[in-house]
Design a protein around this ligand. Structure first.
Ligand code: SAH
Ligand code: F3S
Length: 479
C-alpha cells in the first residue's frame, strides 16, 4: 500500500518553495474513498515543501502517516490492525513518528492518543497545512492534535504530488465536506460542511496535468452535483451572497463546460453524484462534450421509499427512476453504477424486494454494496435501533450482489461486436502481454499489447466478456 512519488511528475506546493532535503523519509498509506487518496497527495505536497522525501518502504520511513476511513466499522478495524503492525517498526527504529490523518482522526480526536499508544499525532482532513507545526511539536516530544474543521479550506493553492501514479489518470478535488446528512453516514461529521474550490484553480490544475501528459481526470467530491462557487464560503451560506455573487456563480454544469473546453482532449470523469442534486443541465453538459465520459456513479442505497425517507435521502424511488429515464433519453449508452446498503434499521423483506426491483429497472453496469454498519454519532445511531440481525443483512446483501452480477453481465454483453475507444492505463491484472484500459462507460477492457503504449487512446473491437471485463483486440488509434 506504500505510495512512491514518481520523480518525473513531482509537484511542489505553490505556497512554499521546496526546502532542501531534510534527510527524513515520509511513508504514507491511504484507506477508504478516492478523496483520501487525493488528500494524501496534498499532504505529500505540503511535506515535500518541508524537505521530506516520500518512500514506499515502511522500513526506511522516519515519519509514517496513515490516512484513515470511518465509513464502516470494518474500515476502522482495518486501520487499527495496521497500527498494531507499526509497533514493531517503532521497536527497531524508536525515532519513527506515527501520525493518523483523515476521518478516524476527526472522529476520535485526542482519544486516539489514549486508545492507540503508537500514535504521536492526530490530524483532521482540514488541518493538513498545519502539519509542519504539528511535526515540530512531535519532534520536541509532545503529542500533537489538530482536528479543527474549516469553512474555507479547499487546498486550492496546493499542487498535489501525484503518488503511485500511472501518469495517465489523476484525481482533482472540487468540493470538500457534505451537507446532505444521510442518517447512516459519518462523513458530514468527519469532513465538515460543504465548500467548493475556486474554478480557476481547478482549471489550472487540469491544464497542468495535461501538460504533464495526463489523459484523464476525475473531478472529486462527496456530492459533486452540488458544487457551487460564488467567491468562496460554505454552500449553506449561498443565500446570504450578494446579487453579483449569485449572478456570476458557477454550478457543477458550468464547471463541466469550463473544464471540458479548457482541455478538449482530456477525458473527464466525476464522482460522486447524488440523485437529489443532479440536474438536467449536468446531463446535458455531459452530452454536449465528447471528452466527458458517459458514466455516472449514482448511489441510491435502497429502492424502498420508506427506507429512503428514514435515510434522509431527499428523493423517492419514483424520482430516482425518472432521473434514470432522463439520463437514458439524453445519453442512451450511459454507464450507471450504484451504492446499496442492505439491512438499514426497520428494513422489511418487502423493502428489500423494492431494492431488487429497482435494480431490475436500472440494470446497473456495476455497484458497490454493503451491509449496514451503525456509526457512532449519526442520526440513525441516535434514533434507530440497529434491528436487522447480521445473518439477515448478509443474506439480503448476497441477493443484491448476485443480482448485480447478472445485470453486470447483461451490460457487458451489450458491448460485444462493438468498436470502442479505450485509454490504456497499464498492464492487465492477468497478463503482462495485455493492456488494461477503460471505455467511456468506465468498464475495464483488456487486449493484446501489440505496438500500443500506456496513455494511448486506442479503438478496440470487443470480442468476449465476463461480468466485469471486456476482452478485445485493438484495431487502430483514435483519430
Ligand atoms: N457521497 C459519497 C458517499 C460516501 S460513502 C461518495 O463520494 O461516494 C460511500 C458509500 O458507503 C455510500 O454511498 C454508502 O453506500 C456506503 N455507506 C456509508 N455509510 C455506511 C454505513 N453506515 N453502513 C454501510 N454502508 C455505508
Ligand atoms: Fe454521506 Fe450522504 Fe454525504 S452518503 S457523504 S451524507 S451524500
Amino acid at each position: 500500500m506504500g505510495k512512491l512519488i514518481d520523480e518525473k511528475i513531482q509537484g511542489t506546493s505553490l505556497l512554499t518553495p521546496k526546502k532542501t532535503d531534510n534527510g527524513r523519509k515520509l511513508y504514507i498509506e491511504s484507506y477508504g474513498c478516492q478523496m483520501n487518496f487525493s488528500d494524501s497527495e496534498i499532504v505529500a505536497s505540503i511535506l515535500s515543501a518541508e524537505g521530506f522525501n516520500t518512500t514506499n518502504k515502511l522500513e526506511e520511513a522516519d515519519l509514517v502517516l496513515v490516512n484513515t476511513c470511518s465509513i464502516r466499522e470494518k474500515a476502522e478495524q482495518t486501520v487499527r490492525k495496521r497500527l498494531e503492525k507499526f509497533n514493531a517498526i517503532k521497536e527497531s527504529r524508536p525515532h519513527v513518528k506515527v501520525g493518523v490523518l483523515g476521518c478516524m482522526a476527526e472522529r476520535l480526536k485526542s482519544a486516539f492518543l489514549e486508545e492507540e499508544k503508537i500514535v504521536d499525532m492526530v490530524v483532521g482532513p482540514d488541518a493538513y497545512k498545519d502539519l509542519p507545526n504539528l511535526i515540530q511539536e512531535v519532534d520536541e516530544g509532545r503529542n500533537a492534535v489538530n482536528v479543527i474543521l474549516s469553512k474555507e479550506e479547499t487546498y486550492a493553492d496546493i499542487a498535489p504530488v501525484r503518488l503511485n501514479s500511472n501518469g495517465v489518470t489523476a484525481f482533482v478535488s472540487i468540493t470538500r465536506g457534505c451537507d446532505n446528512m444521510c442518517t447512516f453516514c459519518v462523513v458530514p461529521f468527519t469532513r465538515g460542511r460543504e465548500r467548493s474550490r475556486d474554478p480557476h484553480s481547478i482549471v489550472k490544475e487540469v491544464n497542468e496535468l495535461w501538460n504533464k501528459g495526463f489523459k484523464e481526470i476525475t473531478l472529486l467530491g462527496q456530492n459533486v452535483d452540488s458544487y457551487l462557487w460564488y467567491g468562496g464560503g460554505l454552500k449553506k451560506d449561498f443565500d446570504k451572497a450578494s446579487d453579483l455573487q449569485k449572478n456570476t456563480s458557477i454550478n457543477f454544469a458550468k464547471l463541466l463546460h469550463l473544464v471540458a473546453e479548457a482541455q478538449p482532449r482530456m477525458r473527464i470523469r466525476f464522482s460522486t453524484s447524488n440523485p437529489q442534486d443532479m440536474t438536467l443541465d449536468v446531463i446535458e453538459a455531459m452530452a454536449a462534450h465528447d471528452n466527458i465520459c458517459k458514466y455516472i456513479h449514482l448511489p441510491v442505497q435502497s429502492g424502498s421509499n420508506k427506507i429512503l425517507k428514514a435515510m434522509n435521502r431527499q428523493h423517492t424511488r419514483e424520482e430516482y427512476m425518472a432521473l434514470i429515464d432522463n439520463i437514458r433519453n439524453i445519453i442512451p449508452d450511459c454507464g450507471i453504477s450504484q451504492d446499496m446498503i442492505a439491512g438499514f434499521p426497520t428494513e422489511t423483506e418487502e423493502d428489500h424486494q423494492d431494492t431488487l426491483s429497482l435494480m431490475d429497472y436500472v440494470k446497473y453496469d456495476f455497484g458497490f454494496m454493503f451491509a449496514y454498519s451503525e456509526r457512532p454519532g449519526t442520526l440513525a445511531e441516535r434514533k434507530l435501533e440497529d434491528d436487522i440481525p447480521l445473518d439477515v443483512k448478509k443474506r439480503r446483501l448476497n441477493e443484491i450482489i448476485t443480482l448485480q452480477q447478472r445485470h453486470a453481465l447483461y451490460r457487458t454483453q451489450q458491448h460485444l461486436g462493438k468498436i470502442e475507444e479505450v485509454l490504456i492505463e497499464g498492464d492487465s491484472k492477468k497478463s503482462d502481454q495485455e493492456w488494461m484500459g477503460r471505455n467511456t462507460q468506465n468498464t475495464v477492457v483488456v487486449f493484446p499489447k501489440e505496438q500500443y503504449k500506456v496513455g494511448d487512446f486506442v479503438l478496440v473491437k470487443i470480442k468476449d466478456c465476463t461480468s466485469a471485463t471486456l476482452i478485445g483486440e485493438a484495431v487502430g488509434y483514435t483519430t
